[in-house]
Design a binder for this molecule. Structure first.
Ligand code: F3S
Length: 393
């Protein structure tokens, strides 16, 4: 890999240990994927923030990096943590919340914005063709496919190293020829809601491995639907982007291998993601990935004048940024007895410690992970059904 003089100096430790170790992480990664050089990035998005998923071991490394003067050179944001600043902070054991706060403190020292969201694109929308170093698969796929930015699926350490150096190795999704589709998917059924888009993602992730699909038949997709598709696709496969196409002639010209998705495939996938035997969830969870302003407005509209059933809880998860902008909608949701939580989600928190055994959600990604990561049974259904279950009457 070719390094500039300045990069060599960093590599040799002339700018301190923190910069040197970050440069070494990036160079190692670049060599592994045969990158020729490092390229500047506009932003980094760092995962591995929740104490639940991170554990104890990396905390020392984060502390060492922060103490040795590791500071971000580009805009850097954080994925969700394991609690929110109010509701869960008081419900989870002190030993856990203290560890989580220690982790956040290290990122804060290094200059990482405490965004604590998996939808960093609602804070600052990346420019088309800009280069990023983002972790969090749902955001990576959304950025590449919907926003037209370029990012590989980083791990927490490589995203942090890129934030501190301000660069990333030039390979994978940063190289235009690697972004071309190599399989064609024809969705033969009109998907009805966000849950069906999520189910399509789960299904394609399992089939495609790391292939890049060009998908035909999603003309009715909203940005929220594509967010669900991105999140689910990243959960079951290694695909980093998809293309949407309206024109079947284009696909014929490309002579790609073709697969069809039918109504039954979607139905079966949704059924497989519902593991609960009861129709009475302890928790109804909306906001995987974190809600946009439009989604909060829709939930508020459905929540207005209603009351949550006494035996159920409603969590609506979003970012601090979006919550701040949607005060009136938040009031309506909270007026119904729901909780609009920032910084967190069910998967990266300890719902099992709160006695939650059954989670109902409109997110295929959450339904995919909850049985293993939250030890919960799942009911996967669209937003309207989730809210019908949550409210009385
Ligand atoms: Fe975000 Fe948690 Fe889902 S981090 S993508 S809400 S699993």
């Amino acid at each position: 890999m070719h390094l500039t003089k300045d990069e060599e100096h960093i590599f040799d430790g002339e700018r301190g240990w923190a910069n040197q170790i970050c440069m070494k992480i990036l160079v190692r990664l670049g060599e592994l994927f045969k990158a020729q050089k490092l390229i500047p990035i506009d932003s980094a998005h760092i995962s591995g923030v929740s104490y639940k998923t991170l554990g104890d071991a990396p905390i020392e490394f984060l502390q060492a990096l922060a103490d040795a003067g590791g500071r971000t050179r580009v805009k850097a944001t954080l994925n969700p943590q394991s609690l929110d600043p109010k509701y869960l902070l008081t419900r989870l054991p002190k030993a856990i919340t203290n560890k989580q706060l220690t982790i956040l403190k290290q990122f804060d020292k290094m200059g990482v914005t405490q965004s604590l969201t998996c939808t960093p694109y609602y804070l600052v929308k990346p420019e088309h063709s800009s280069h990023l170093a983002w972790a969090e698969s749902s955001a990576v796929i959304y950025a590449n496919s919907v926003l037209g930015a370029c990012t590989n699926r980083e791990g927490g350490p490589s995203a942090l190293a890129a934030a501190i150096i301000g660069k990333t190795p030039d390979y994978g999704m940063h190289v235009s020829e690697n972004r071309r589709p190599n399989i064609s998917v024809n969705v033969e059924t009109k998907l009805q809601d966000e849950t069906e888009f999520g189910a399509l993602g789960i299904l394609l992730g399992r089939i495609l491995a790391d292939k890049i699909p060009v998908i035909q038949g999603l003309e009715n997709a909203s940005e929220s639907d594509l967010k669900q598709l991105s999140a689910a696709l990243g959960s079951t496969g290694m695909t980093n982007m998809f293309h949407l196409i309206q024109d079947s002639h284009q696909i014929k010209k490309e002579k790609l291998q073709k697969i069809n998705v039918e109504t039954q495939d979607i139905k079966r996938t949704i059924e497989s993601l519902t593991t609960a035997s009861t129709q009475k969830p302890d928790l109804i969870f909306i906001g995987c990935p974190h809600c946009s302003r439009n989604e909060l407005a829709k939930i508020a509209c459905l929540a207005q004048g209603k009351k949550i059933k006494p035996q159920a809880e409603l969590w609506v998860c979003t970012s601090r940024h979006v919550k701040q902008q949607a005060a009136a909608d938040v009031e309506k949701i909270e007026g119904s007895g729901g909780h609009v939580l920032t910084d967190v989600c069910t998967i990266v928190s300890w719902t099992e410690m709160l006695g939650i055994k059954t989670i109902m959600t409109n997110s295929a990604k959450t339904a995919h992970y909850a049985p293993t990561l939250s030890k919960a049974e799942t009911i996967l259904a669209p937003l309207t059904e989730c809210l019908k279950t949550a409210f009385q009457g």
